[in-house]
Design a protein around this ligand. Structure first.
Ligand SMILES: Nc1ncnc2c1ncn2[C@@H]1O[C@H](COP(=O)(O)OP(=O)(O)OP(=O)(O)O)[C@@H](O)[C@H]1O
Length: 241
């Protein structure tokens, strides 16, 4: 079913048409059609194992990392003002796609190293930026994720010494430092206590206008607090609420 929303074409930053995804002989999603609207937080809900993470990963082709994966249909994203058919992108463009479509995972997955290295390394490897140029950008994103005040005096400390909530904010900063346009968030508060969950939720609320977000959540209250649009996944289909 096509998501019928009367948005001007300019507002649509993503269109999935007839997307089906299989792992080996198991169909996970079948003939999915949906639209992503600029600056909105789109929430994916649904029972465990229904394919929420699989759908997220399709948007930046992370499912390609797994064997026996097969996808058909088209996923068009508007990136840097141009329509890109993600499903047809050659492998050599995937690092650029993943830079523009950043992802934050359920549990913080920091790189081994210091706080600042967690930001400078992706900047160097993915964006080719040297440390001198990168530092200003690191400060900007650490401010953006409300972490600067807590880490500015210990940027060279081991990132693993941060609390769980701080680590998750650093993971968000690591995605933001690459200047993405779309953010994929896979249950980003699942491993956090209520206090840290609230901090991350405030943060996501503040990022809404600047980024188009697609997020997975199992929590109805969180969905109510954050979502501009809800997609419910069930029995291989996606329904717009
Ligand atoms: N790399 C993979 N190889 C084979 N099967 C996979 C792979 N990734 C996911 N699956 C299968 O696809 C189905 C959907 O998984 P997915 O992780 O997308 O569900 P989910 O809705 O995010 O679940 P949860 O809410 O429990 O995190 C599951 O049956 C899972 O076992």
């Amino acid at each position: 079913m096509l998501d019928i929303v009367h948005n001007s074409g300019d507002d649509i930053v993503g269109s999935l048409r007839g997307v089906s995804i299989r792992f080996a002989d198991k169909t996970i999603l079948k003939d999915v059609n949906l639209r992503l609207i600029k600056g909105q937080l789109h929430m994916l809900n649904g029972p465990s194992g229904c394919g929420k993470t699989t759908l997220l990963r399709a948007l930046n082709r992370l499912n390609d990392c797994f064997d026996q994966h097969d996808m058909s249909g088209s996923i068009c994203l508007k990136l840097s003002g141009e329509q890109v058919d993600v499903s047809q992108l050659a492998h050599k463009f995937l690092p650029l796609l993943r830079r523009k479509v950043g992802m934050v995972f359920q549990t913080p997955n920091l790189l081994p190293g210091s706080i600042i290295e967690n930001l400078l390394l992706p900047l160097k490897v993915v964006a080719g930026l040297n440390a001198a140029l990168g530092l200003a950008r690191c400060e900007k994103v650490l401010v953006q994720v409300m972490l600067w005040g807590e880490v500015k005096d210990r940027l060279n400390a081991d990132a693993a010494s941060l609390s769980g909530g701080q680590q998750q904010r650093l993971c968000l900063a690591r995605a933001l430092v690459l200047e993405p346009e779309i953010l994929l968030l896979d249950e980003p508060t699942a491993s956090l206590d209520p206090e840290n969950t609230e901090v991350i939720e405030q943060l996501l609320e503040s990022l809404k206008q600047q980024y188009t977000m697609v997020m997975v959540s199992h929590c109805p209250a969180q969905t109510k607090r954050l979502a501009d649009k809800v997609f419910k996944l069930d029995r291989q289909q996606v329904f717009t609420c």
